[in-house]
Each structure stands twice: as structure tokens, then as C-alpha cells.
Design a protein around this ligand. Structure first.
Ligand code: PEP
Length: 249
């Protein structure tokens, strides 16, 4: 049985001084204890060197919020998986709904990004999730299965090495959370899809993300197929993030 994973996604909220204070507050809060779960913080790329300095040797891993689908070359502005590896990243979020929505990332691009991460020894956190319109049209299952299938198709025998995050788009940053039952139902669908795709589906952690906070984390994380959380807003407050970590036993 995998340890749960609680990963923070700071999005485009960071500065040298606030990162320093936030990370130090988190490490202080852990009081030198090794948490029962795996922890990670995903920061904007310019701050990964800072996280490497602050978190090296601590129980908190770090990662990026995106990675290029290309290995190297004339791709101005892109950050490759090899570069992320140079800065010690263990994880890279791929296919976050904000990237799909605002940057036109298709399922195929997300799959290519997941593959690049894996090839560099970085675990992709593959985000899938339906919009409100898709949920209301009864398309939730079809949408998340299509998004995950695209990644499975490309990463093939490495499927057991990915992390999946179910993030209903209507719940991200809105304060609206899927009920534990709603989330569990989708996680069970993803779990079955993974079971059909890899000999080691038990190795794949399926996280829930979407307004998870200190108050609702325990009931979500108690669901049998929820293996952790991808936390946006609440990862910007040390006490809230640590309460979620404490709820994830
Ligand atoms: C996210 O950005 O992945 C996320 C889940 O955000 P929030 O927790 O703020 O809804």
C-alpha cells in the first residue's frame, strides 16, 4: 500500500520572501517528525532553486507546475524535464485544467509532457477533470477516462509510475468541493481504468484536488480510492497545509 501524497500547487503565487517564510513555517510545524504521508510543493519554475536549498534533506519534496513536451532546443520560454531534474524536482504537474483552459493544452500535449517527465526520472502528476457543463451533461466519466487514456496510451508500460489527480474544474479555487461520495465515484472509475492498463495499478496514487482544505480533507481522504490531495489555495498557508497532511493518515 502506497503512502498517501499531499502535494501543494502554489500556482503563480510566490516570492523569495514569502516562499522562505512559508517553507520555514511548514518545516517548523513538522517539528523534525517524518510525516506519515509523502509531501511535495510545486512552485513556479524560477523558485525551484530556492526550494532545492530550503527543502533538501527534509521530508518535503518539490516539483514544477508544468514541463515542456519537448526535450530541448528552439522552444523559447519552455522549461525541459532535464532542467527540472537539475533542480532536484521529484514531481511535475501536467495537464492542470488552467493549462488546458488558458494555454490550449490538448490531451496529446499533456501525454507528451507526462512522457518527457518520466524519461527524466520525474513523476508526472497527471490532472484530469470535468467542467461544470460536462458534469451537468453526464459526461464526467467519459471526459476523465479520455484524458487519462491519452496519457496511458503514450506512457504505456510506465503507467504504474504516474500520479493521477482528479480535479473537477468547477471545484478548483471556487470553494465548491466534490462531496466525498462524488469524488470516490470518479476515483473508482480511474482506478478501474488503471487496473486494466498496468500490472501494478496499486502503485498509482490517485489524488483529489479542488478546494480541499483543513475542514474537508479528512472525509475526502477517508475514501478508499483517494490516495492524497493536490492542494491549491490551502497550500499557501502552512497551518492549513499541515492540517491536511495530518488528516491524511
Ligand atoms: C489546484 O490548483 O490544483 C487546486 C486544487 O486548487 P484549489 O485547492 O485552490 O481548489
Amino acid at each position: 500500500m502506497n503512502k498517501k501524497l499531499i502535494a501543494g500547487n502554489w500556482k503563480m503565487n510566490a516570492s523569495l520572501s514569502t516562499n522562505d517564510a512559508l517553507v520555514k513555517a511548514m518545516l517548523d510545524g513538522l517539528q523534525g517528525a517524518v510525516p506519515a504521508v509523502d509531501m511535495a510543493l510545486c512552485a513556479p519554475a524560477p523558485y525551484l532553486a530556492q526550494l532545492q536549498t530550503l527543502l533538501q534533506g527534509s521530508p518535503i519534496a518539490w516539483g514544477s507546475q508544468d514541463v515542456s513536451a519537448h526535450e530541448q532546443g528552439a522552444y523559447t520560454g519552455e522549461v525541459s524535464a532535464g532542467m527540472l531534474k537539475d533542480f532536484g524536482c521529484r514531481y511535475a504537474i501536467v495537464g492542470h485544467s488552467e493549462r488546458r483552459q488558458y494555454h490550449g493544452e490538448t490531451d496529446a500535449v499533456v501525454a507528451a509532457k507526462a512522457q518527457r517527465a518520466l524519461a527524466a526520472g520525474i513523476t508526472p502528476i497527471v490532472c484530469v477533470g470535468e467542467t461544470l457543463a460536462e458534469r451537468e451533461a453526464g459526461e464526467t466519466e467519459a471526459v476523465v477516462k479520455r484524458q487519462l487514456a491519452a496519457v496511458i496510451h503514450v506512457v504505456a508500460h510506465c503507467t504504474s509510475e504516474i500520479v493521477v489527480a482528479y480535479e473537477p474544474v468547477w471545484a478548483i479555487g471556487t470553494g465548491k468541493t466534490a462531496t466525498p461520495e462524488m469524488a470516490q465515484a470518479v476515483h473508482a472509475v480511474l482506478r478501474a481504468q488503471l487496473a486494466a492498463a498496468t500490472q501494478h495499478p496499486e502503485r498509482v496514487r490517485v489524488l483529489y484536488g479542488g478546494s480541499m482544505n483543513a475542514a474537508n480533507a479528512a472525509s475526502l481522504l477517508a475514501q478508499p480510492d483517494i490516495d492524497g490531495g493536490l492542494i491549491g489555495g490551502a497550500s499557501l498557508k502552512a497551518a492549513d497545509f499541515l492540517q491536511i497532511v495530518a488528516a491524511a493518515r
